[in-house]
Design a protein around this ligand. Structure first.
Ligand code: SF4
Length: 324
């Protein structure tokens, strides 16, 4: 078993909702509500769920771009949640993010050279000449050319811009990359190229990934293990193949039943969920999925199911399994 690189324990992130002339707190949006998981060195952990389930907020709280409401994030045996902003800036050298929209995350007025060397300048790495060399080297590593360093972001296609976003994340030689929907904004034909690039880089540079996405097909392609989130909570976590072949949680089963299968002989029964996803500012009591779950019983309406390991390496939060 590889070493645990990142450990998230009972992490919560609530955003206050304020109103009135004194901006009094009315309630909270429970974007992330008590989640725990580990990420092992060298693996890809996929995190999936519908929009608003808290998966992107989880990534941002790990990076400390949002301050956690409570809970612990430990990276490489250092507890990030207790670091000062100066210490955290240093720690970010080892944890980098790739964003969904490469155009929005690249400064349009800067050349690629300037964009890529910025993290090196922030962390005081190398001389001007060394930085120039490294930019050229990393442009080639991500499948672009050294001469692209002189160009501006608008002179590239969407897929090329995401390659620049990936190169920027790699400049400080990080150990962990948090990729937040990195291929969602790209054409399907380009998605596979970027995913293949990320897999190659993972092997060559010994990277660990947290891969956040709403598309289960994309997550399956790249992940060793997959966690499923619903309304701020982790409801299931298992090895990628296990999760896709034997999903236990009714929400995971419904999500997977909606994924088209490229086999005309194999017909999967589609589970249609009733109702809309409830508001995270007013989540249902008990199991937050009970308002849409076809198997809900009385206990589901009052008691939060514990997220626990029910088979080796397969955890789920559902009373159907805790009773068993
Ligand atoms: Fe459904 Fe109850 Fe399981 Fe929640 S705990 S997923 S409502 S069966």
């Amino acid at each position: 078993m590889s070493k645990v690189l990142l450990k998230v324990e009972n992490l919560k992130k609530y955003f206050p909702i304020r109103s009135g002339i004194f901006s009094r707190k009315k309630s909270d949006v429970k974007a992330v509500d008590d989640i725990s998981f580990e990420v092992y060195e060298g693996e890809t952990l996929g995190i999936v769920g519908e929009s608003g389930c808290g998966k992107s907020t989880t990534g941002r709280v790990i990076m400390q771009l949002h301050e956690a409401t409570s809970g612990k994030v430990t990276f490489n045996d250092v507890e990030l949640t207790t670091l000062s902003s100066k210490q955290m800036r240093k720690a970010r050298r080892d944890i980098q993010m790739v964003f969904q929209d490469p155009y929005a995350s690249l400064n349009p007025r800067h050349t690629v050279q300037k964009i890529l060397e910025e993290p090196l300048i922030v962390h005081g790495i190398g001389t001007a000449e060394e930085r120039k060399q490294k930019v050229q080297e990393y442009l080639e590593i991500v499948g672009l050319s050294a001469y692209h360093a002189k160009r501006y972001p608008h002179q590239f296609s969407g897929g090329q811009r995401q390659r620049i976003g990936i190169a920027r994340a790699l400049m400080t030689n990080p150990k962990l990359i948090i990729a937040d929907e990195p291929v969602s904004a790209l054409d399907v034909s380009i998605q596979a190229q970027v995913l293949n690039l990320m897999q190659r880089l993972q092997q060559d540079l010994k990277l660990t990934y947290i891969f956040i996405a709403h598309d289960l097909g994309v997550v399956r392609h790249i992940s060793d293990r997959v966690g499923v989130m619903y309304l701020g909570r982790m409801v299931e976590l298992a090895g990628s193949e296990t999760l896709y072949e034997e999903p236990l949680h009714p929400y995971t089963q419904a999500l997977l039943s909606a994924v088209p299968v490229p086999d005309p002989v194999y017909l999967r029964e589609q589970i249609i969920l009733q109702g809309d996803i409830p508001s995270p500012s007013n989540p249902p009591n008990g199991c937050t999925f009970h308002t849409r779950c076809p198997f809900a019983t009385d206990i589901c309406k009052t008691t939060v199911p514990v997220f626990m390991e029910v088979k080796q390496g397969h955890s789920v939060a559902c009373h159907l399994y805790s009773e068993a």
